[in-house]
Design a protein around this ligand. Structure first.
Ligand code: PEP
Length: 251
């Protein structure tokens, strides 16, 4: 049995004061809820310390949206895994499509970051997904397989400590969601690739989130699919009621 995991990717939204207020509102919805879903919020770097404080005493975990692979050094503007850990961070999103397309993050870079995150005790949430052009050219399986093999190379059994997020790029922030059938088909493929990389036992334990315009009204159907183990939520994570409704859809 895999525990579902729902994570909110706040992207470049919410100042520290706004983050504190949003966490208070999310806690008002979720504290005391009897539900096995693992819940994570991922605010911007500058809001992480305030968020860690605001999350004290709750079972909601704190995540970052990226990190650098190196331990320290001359990397202006970057943040290391150890810095995140000391701030109270437990999860880190790696290889989000916006990082890949806007900031040139390659599979090799995602791989280096994943190794560093695992070494620091963080849970990486590693994103993969095809563009619309790639889907229409019937290249979804090839693209996702090659992203997985590149991003997860050399992890072996440590793969069991990773979360994978399947995020079709054409569904992110567009209001266009993959149908449960489309998503399940790719999630099943991802699990087969994970089995190739680390064996069936490890692959069966890895949580695979769906991301891409997941909302309260489509979350339950998506998360009911056999290989969909939660969601990575963008827009709908910026409001306490919609984020909480998605969590509850997974309970
Ligand atoms: C995301 O960016 O990870 C995401 C899934 O965004 P949205 O839910 O807004 O499509």
């Amino acid at each position: 049995m895999r525990t579902k995991i729902v994570a909110g990717n706040w992207k470049m939204n919410k100042t520290p004061a706004e983050a504190k207020a949003l966490i208070a509102a999310i806690r008002a919805e979720l504290d005391g809820l009897d539900c096995p879903v693992e819940v994570v919020v991922c605010p911007p770097f500058v809001a992480l310390a305030v968020a860690a404080e605001a999350l004290k005493g709750s079972r909601i975990g704190l995540g970052a949206q990226t990190m650098h692979a190196a331990a320290s050094g001359a990397f202006t503007g970057e943040v290391s895994a150890a810095m995140l850990v000391e701030t109270g961070v437990k999860y880190v999103i790696l290889g989000h499509s916006e990082r890949r397309t806007l900031f040139g993050e390659t599979d090799a870079a995602v791989n280096a970051k994943t190794q560093a995150a695992l070494a620091a005790g963080l849970t990486p949430i590693i994103c993969v997904g095809e563009t619309l052009q790639e889907r229409e050219a019937n290249r979804t399986a090839d693209v996702v397989t090659s992203q997985l093999k590149g991003s997860l190379a050399g992890l072996g059994a440590a793969l069991e400590r990773c979360v994978i997020a399947y995020e079709p790029v054409w569904a992110i922030g567009t209001g266009r969601t993959a149908t449960p059938g489309q998503a399940q088909e790719v999630h099943a493929l991802i699990r087969r690739v994970l089995a190739e990389l680390a064996g069936g036992k490890v692959a069966n334990g890895v949580r695979i989130q769906y991301g891409g315009s997941m909302k309260p009204d489509n979350a339950a159907e998506l998360m009911a699919q056999p290989d969909i183990d939660g969601g990575l939520i963008g827009g709908a994570a910026l409001k306490a009621d919609s984020f909480a409704a998605i969590v509850k859809a997974g309970c």
